[in-house]
Design a protein around this ligand. Structure first.
Ligand SMILES: [Zn+2]
Length: 324
């Protein structure tokens, strides 16, 4: 798991100090830090934060009373972030009119918003708790999502908290329901997938009917969330009879490649193996085996290799040679 960011550590300390565990009593935590009021807020605002306007000189948070309670929880946690994160206090300006002149201020504002979101995620769904759910439910997205929504979180916030804590080999692609264009895509590393870009139309079908992926689709009123999980194939302790060189020659001969092509492909295959092995130094053999396989599966130029019935033997032999 990635190291905790400073704003996540602020949330962790607040949980420890208030002895809170999920499902967190956000109203109790909030009442110590701020005065909370509900009102009809204009212009689709989720909340307002006013310093020194609450009881006893506390900050005042006004929440939009028309929101769903699950969304309010995240909004409230987000606003608490602005109060609890020491470097946020006083730096918050609401930029109503953005122009090219204040782009720097806008970028800073966006970063502050992201920090408050990460604080809120850690407060409501601590990363190690969500990682525990991934273990408990063996990566079953549907069950983990249910645990999070049961703890009072919205579907959207749940997905956000889940991808922060998911083990390697997971991708989350959030699309607009209207036209399937990508809003954000995130992966947890070593999937060797090239993720779709923002605003591109996402073609989920590409990932169906493949033995190496499992796809889970979750819909909400405005968005569709696609989870693509790379499947693991267990690494056998006994190596194939032939060495990897013999296997790769067998595959290339079956393909009927000319000598110069064999030479060219051998170099490129060796290069790939070398770079993956270098990147995954110190990781266990199972990870190296999965990573190696995925890297080759993602390579458009080596389709003949991947399709060959002895491809998996080749990868297994190569990993045995590297790790024995
Ligand atoms: Zn904010």
């Amino acid at each position: 798991m990635k190291p905790y960011l400073p704003e996540e550590n602020v949330a962790k300390r607040l949980l420890q100090r208030t002895k809170s565990t999920p499902p967190v009593d956000i109203d109790a935590i909030a009442s110590n830090l701020a005065t909370i009021e509900y009102a009809d807020l204009p212009n689709e605002a989720d909340a307002l934060l006013l310093y020194d306007h609450g009881d006893d000189g506390k900050p005042l948070i006004i929440l939009d009373q028309n929101q769903l309670s699950s969304r309010l929880r995240f909004t409230l946690a987000h606003e608490l972030g602005h109060i609890a994160i020491p470097w946020h206090v006083g730096s918050l300006v609401y930029h109503e009119e953005l122009s090219i002149e204040n782009i720097a201020a806008f970028l800073e504002y966006e970063e502050i918003e992201r920090e408050a979101n990460r604080f809120a995620a850690e407060l409501l769904a601590p990363r190690d708790w969500v990682a525990g759910l991934f273990d408990e439910h063996q990566g079953d997205v549907k069950k983990i999502l249910l645990s999070l929504t049961d703890s009072g979180m919205s579907i959207e916030a749940s997905h956000y908290c889940m991808i922060r804590a998911a083990p390697i080999g997971n991708c989350l692609i959030k699309c607009r329901k209207l036209d399937d264009t990508v809003v954000t895509s995130t992966q947890t590393g070593r999937t060797f997938l090239s993720l779709p870009r923002d605003r591109e139309v996402f073609d989920a079908k590409k990932y169906f009917n493949k033995l190496d992926f499992s796809v889970h689709i979750s819909k909400q009123s405005s968005f569709v969330f696609y989870w693509i999980k790379m499947l693991s194939v267990s690494f056998s302790k006994s190596a194939p009879e032939e060495c990897s060189k013999e296997l790769i020659m067998e595959i290339m001969n079956d393909e009927g490649l000319a000598e110069d092509q064999i030479d060219k492909y051998s170099k490129s295959i060796n290069g790939i193996v070398g770079s993956i092995n270098g990147r995954m130094k110190g990781e266990d053999t199972q990870h190296l085996y999965d990573g190696m396989r995925r890297r080759f599966l993602a390579d458009e130029k080596l389709k003949f290799l991947v399709k060959h019935p002895r491809f998996m033997d080749f990868i297994a032999a190569r990993v045995h040679e590297l790790r024995s």
